[in-house]
Design a protein around this ligand. Sequence first.
Ligand SMILES: [Zn+2]
Length: 243
Amino acid sequence: MPITIINRRLDLQEFRDYISNYNFGSQPANKLVIHHTWRPTKDKWGGAVSIQGLKRYYEGKGWPAGPHIFVADDGIWLFSPMREDGIHAAELNNRSIGIEVVGDYDNERWNGRTKENALGTIKLLMSQLKIESQNVFFHRDVSSKTCPGKDITKEWLFSELDDFRILPRIPGIPGVSRAMEGVVSVSAPIPGLTSLDDEVKIPVWSAEAVAWVHRNRLFEIHSDEDVRDAVKFYRFYKLMKES
Ligand SMILES: [Zn+2]
């Protein structure tokens, strides 16, 4: 039987917008269940191709649904609709959101973009659905599997979630290589810019713009909005200089 999947890939900011407008139904999920895919491993993940493979896998089992989300290096993939119960964790299926972190975490922890996307997804859903940490479950809480991986502990997860901040949305600077955008946040990138609040984490590729605004004493940077303005001003300056 074919199952319905959303089949969309979002980045963290898009995911935040998506869930803030999403209709979670009259009885929204009140817990999260964290998994790892184990297979495919991170190396074998092929984005849309893997999603289709997983869809066929769950259909082959005769299940009417699967988990709700797959988190990978390339983004947050929406699978079964979050307003419906998925099938991923036996007695925890009811009113839960099943989050699969792509990879095998029996011998390593989440890292890179996958870590960023996983922590962000969990944090955003906890805040949107008002889910407390005692309602964040691991698959192994109700199964003999090691899922979401022996190396993932709740102590580690909650301490990482405490420290995690989602990056502000910032337009790219022309001429700054897209490869640089993969570099994650820095919290105090500019020497002397001590007023930069801890909450304002900016990608490394926008640090140049913030430094330029600071050097030219254009305005002070206190918020995500200021960082965005800095990038816009810097972009304009570069364009003028190049033309
Ligand atoms: Zn699992």
